[in-house]
Design a protein around this ligand. Structure first.
Ligand SMILES: [Zn+2]
Length: 228
């Protein structure tokens, strides 16, 4: 099993100097983020679970899926969750020329805005592939690029217990947790992801954690600019 990029300290440091990985906060709060949807079965299941527990999350959606499952995106937005831009085709943006990076951002952003009436604030580069050039294009288009701090590689389906162990190991206030409700193949199973997050959120609720959207987590950031 190859490590997550975020498990390599030097890579983590490189990333955290370039884009949002986690939020410095005293509050016991974490942001759950779900990538690659909307998915016709997994996303509704997840929305039911989040609503039943009173939790909020952020969904980084892919344009090609939004075109097919607009109603699920509309339902996600209506339930109070935040929607982020994850590109139109889920391709590595660092390998593309600026014009194609811009196209990926614009098409997904417009689809989301058409459905929700709101332009996404955050953008997550597909597969975490970044370079300074594409990050500049992302920012020029008005997006805050974000990766996260906990990446249990749930989409590789390593087993529910392995996903849970990885989530618990890196848990800390201000963490941004990367999980998947969708996938490149629509038939890909996300049962392990869904079972793991159901258990994990119960554990965190018992510890007194709250689950804001990504914007909500940013609002809880410790203000390091004001002297105490
Ligand atoms: Zn993705």
């Amino acid at each position: 099993m190859s490590p997550s990029l975020l498990d390599v300290p030097s890579v983590r440091e490189y990333l955290s100097r370039r884009l949002l990985c986690q939020v410095a906060t005293e509050h016991k709060a974490v942001a759950l983020t779900f990538d690659d949807g909307p998915h016709p079965r997994h996303t509704p299941w997840l929305l039911d679970m989040l609503t039943a527990k009173g939790l909020q999350a952020t969904f980084f959606v892919v344009g090609r899926r939004v075109r097919r499952y607009r109603d699920i995106l509309a339902r996600t937005h209506a339930a109070g969750h935040e929607i982020g831009n994850h590109g139109d085709h889920h391709v590595p943006l660092s390998a593309l020329p600026d014009a194609l990076v811009a196209r990926e951002l614009k098409v997904c952003g417009k689809l989301v805005q058409d459905v929700t009436g709101e332009r996404p604030r955050f953008m997550r580069p597909p597969m975490g592939w970044i370079n300074d050039r594409m990050l500049k294009v992302v920012r020029e288009h008005g997006y805050e690029p974000v990766i996260g701090s906990i990446h249990p590689q749930d989409s590789r389906q390593p087993g529910v217990e392995v996903i849970l162990r990885r989530l618990r190991r890196r848990l800390e206030p201000g963490a941004i947790i990367i999980l998947h409700d969708g996938g490149w193949r629509i038939g890909a199973s996300r049962q392990q992801s869904l079972r793991a997050i159901d258990t994990f959120t119960d554990e965190l609720l018992a510890q007194g954690y709250t689950f804001p959207t990504l914007s909500g987590l940013m609002a809880l950031a410790t203000n390091t600019k004001d002297p105490a």
